[in-house]
Design a binder for this molecule. Sequence first.
Ligand code: SF4
Length: 233
Amino acid sequence: MGMRGFFYKLTYSHRHRRAHLYNFGCNFRCKGCFYRISPPRPGRRLSLDEIEGALVSLRERGAVRLHLLGGEPTINPQLRDVIDMAKSLGYRVVLITNGSNRVPEGIDRISVSIKAVSNDIHRAYTGRDVGPVLANVRDAYERGIDVHASTVLIPGLVDVAEVERIASFLAELDELIPFYIIGFMPPPGSPWRKPTDEELEAAARAARRYLKYVATSNPTPESIRHKSEVILA
Ligand code: SF4
């Protein structure tokens, strides 16, 4: 995947009144990336005009939120225009990010996936240093952006102790930051396995020593398939 992303798909969840705009491309190379199981297959590059047209008509159908996800949306050169467009249409804009770049102005909420806080683990997992990630999360929080965080529990790589350190980092900012611990889904050939429900619960207990709102899920590739309506692709 290249370092400059592009938008390739827009979907809509009527139930959640939420549009999802997908970026192709990421600046990390995570060992636990879901796209190693189910790689995105972008058909084409969406233009700003067609994204705007779709956001206008979805607003008329009741959409209230736009989720920007990927890949890593902050590497996309069209991101600034899309945020401005969505804000002017009255959307609440949520960025799903790996924290590698500063959160752009206009974002109401981030959902940041923090792979690790120990630099050796973060480097082994993503190929990149963790310092900028932690600085960008702190910066977003201090700018008043609503911060939600998640991590992936990977037995033997990101263990309970590391999840606890992530929770501790977040609690230094605010113990009310919602934290979501997701069980690893091993891609083919992965040296790491899926955690048991008990291991996930142990991680949640450790995180709850620091944070008030901790939730878990132990998904399977089937359970997370999107059932949203495809608007543009
Ligand atoms: S940051 Fe997310 S999309 Fe990028 S490689 Fe890691 S898991 Fe995959």
